[in-house]
Design a protein around this ligand. Structure first.
Ligand code: PRP
Ligand code: ZN
Ligand code: MG
Length: 224
């Protein structure tokens, strides 16, 4: 890869990918995003788009492997807590809060069960992709739990007998509904955000970022 080209990481497929693509296109990027390509070149600017799993984006920015990343705050915060626990670098610069990708990280339990509050989760198994955010929240309530780590299909865990409750992202609520679960407690609210690696960029790259940001801000304001 050409290190003189600005590298931006975004989600390949998922809640943020469509809106992120549209935002970049509205900034004037000419991109040919082919489903099977990890890297897409912006034709009219020295920019490469890396399309990866959303969960990998904060680490790529913190390791300075990419220059910019578009990511959900939930994934960003979880990655920071995880990397802190491992003694890895967690620095990054926040460039801009974006106006899409809104969702909440919530606890959910089987629909037919009565909910009496988080204290009832003491010692229970909770399936999640976000163990650090969950632990931080429940610790504040004096509750300890057994994490069951799943990176996908979290919503089937109670039915499969793997866990008593789940803690997962909720946007429309359709996934919970389809799996016989009900949202009982919001633990974190998230939106998409644009971040930059905490390092000095080549001057040409920094100039490009400086030119792109006002465009992005203009776009976001126009959508308000
Ligand atoms: C989240 C979550 C659910 C879905 C909920 O997945 O894990 O699968 O969104 O949305 P809904 O309330 O509108 O049904 P995400 O988009 O983060 O994808 P990923 O699990 O593949 O990372
Ligand atoms: Zn994800
Ligand atoms: Mg999911």
């Amino acid at each position: 890869m050409d290190s003189k080209r600005l590298r931006i990481a975004m989600q390949k497929s998922g809640r943020l990918s469509q809106d992120s693509q549209e935002l970049l296109k509205s900034c004037g990027f000419k991109i040919n995003l082919r489903e099977d390509r990890l890297i897409a070149h912006v034709e009219n600017m020295p920019i490469d788009i890396l399309r990866v799993r959303d969960d990998d984006i904060p680490g790529l920015v913190m390791d300075k492997v990419v220059d910019l990343g578009i990511v959900g705050e939930n994934v960003l915060e979880e990655t920071m807590l995880e990397r802190q626990s491992q003694g890895l670098a967690t620095a990054f610069k926040k460039l801009k809060d974006l106006d899409y990708g809104g969702c909440r990280l919530s606890l959910a339990i089987p629909r037919e069960q009565e909910w009496t509050g988080v204290a009832a989760l003491q010692g229970k198994k909770i399936a999640t992709t976000y163990p650090h955010l969950l632990k931080r929240f429940l610790a504040e309530q004096g509750v300890t739990f057994k994490p069951v780590l799943l990176t996908g299909s979290v919503e089937v865990a109670p039915r499969a007998g793997l866990a008593d409750a789940i803690c997962d992202l909720v946007s429309s609520g359709a996934t919970l509904e389809a799996n016989g679960l009900k949202e009982v407690q919001v633990i974190y609210r998230s939106k998409a955000t644009l971040i930059q690696a905490d390092t000095e960029l080549y001057p040409e790259k920094q100039k490009l970022v400086d030119r792109l940001l006002p465009r992005l801000e203009g776009m976001l304001q126009a959508r308000e």
